[in-house]
Design a protein. Structure first.
Ligand code: B1M
Length: 211
């Protein structure tokens, strides 16, 4: 199972075949799971391009999301590392209010879990009050926000302000990710850090946690 084929299966929305293909790549061909993840993500980027060009419509976007989730069910255990820390740093993850994209956030969550972090995943379309409440309840020291939509990036600022108003901003590091963001914009919106992809996200978060 070569990487091009995996990319193609995502683009062609082969929701029934993708799990077997990922299994074959990992178990028969002994491919690196992170390279498999890259091949799948490349497919999602092409789906996004086709959607922009109006070759694909919302139905295809939905199916692409389902296909990626099927792939990830197989990939997730393979991405797990043996890098477990003794003391568990608590992290809250959420996709911001108004945004229903959760695949990137879920990948980050799985990688963090397998690195020994304690994850509180609030899901997608999450408002600032829910995040503030969860920080109070858990004493989490890191909040990771994901957003893929240009129109929802401003919600990062809303979360930053809400944490500030609640007197919690000093106790948490706020890290964000998602295609419409970059470090400059992230900082402008009040975040402490930005990561380009989930692997980078884990590195930055480990840094915050002093690991
Ligand atoms: Co939507 N969508 N979508 N979509 N969708 C995009 C994002 C888009 C770029 C497609 C396009 O036009 N080219 C575009 C956004 C344009 C923009 O605003 N800039 C778009 C649009 C317009 C929309 C709708 C508005 C369409 C409509 O309704 N007319 C709608 C919005 C709904 C809403 O959210 N309110 C919509 C809906 C959907 C579905 C729900 C159908 C589905 C999502 C399913 C799901 O997530 N459960 C979907 C999909 C699948 C996509 C694309 C094709 C793929 C997204 C994806 O899963 N990528 C996407 C095009 C694209 O991304 N190229 C697109 C794979 C995933 C692994 O990557 O999530 O980016 P990603 O995560 C990356 C990094 O960003 C980073 O790490 C991951 C990789 O390692 N990362 C972090 C993410 N979060 C991080 C947090 C971190 C660190 C790193 O630290 C905390």
């Amino acid at each position: 199972m070569d990487f091009e084929k995996l990319t193609e299966l995502i683009i062609e929305l082969e929701v029934d075949d993708i799990a077997d293909a990922v299994k074959e790549a990992l178990e028969v061909d002994d491919k690196d799971p992170f390279d498999v993840l890259n091949a799948l993500t490349k497919g999602m980027d092409e789906v996004g391009r086709r959607y922009e060009e109006k070759e694909y419509y919302l139905t295809e976007l939905v199916l692409a999301g389902e296909t990626m989730k099927e792939a990830f069910k197989i990939l997730q255990p393979a991405l797990a590392t043996s890098d477990k820390s003794q003391v568990k740093t608590k992290i809250i993850l959420a996709t911001v209010k108004g945004d229903n994209h959760d695949i990137g956030k879920n990948i980050l969550g799985s990688l963090l879990l397998s690195s020994g972090f304690e994850i509180y995943d609030l899901g997608m379309d999450v408002d600032e009050d829910t995040i503030v409440q969860k920080v109070k309840e858990t004493g989490a020291t890191i909040v990771g926000l994901s957003t893929l939509l240009t129109m929802t990036v401003e919600h990062i600022k809303v979360v930053h302000e809400a944490l500030k108003t609640a007197g919690l901003r000093e106790q948490v590091k706020l890290i964000v990710g998602g295609a419409p963001l970059n470090m400059e914009l992230a900082k402008k919106l009040g975040a402490d850090d930005f990561a380009d992809d989930a692997v980078e996200g884990v590195k930055h978060i480990k840094n915050f946690a002093g690991m």
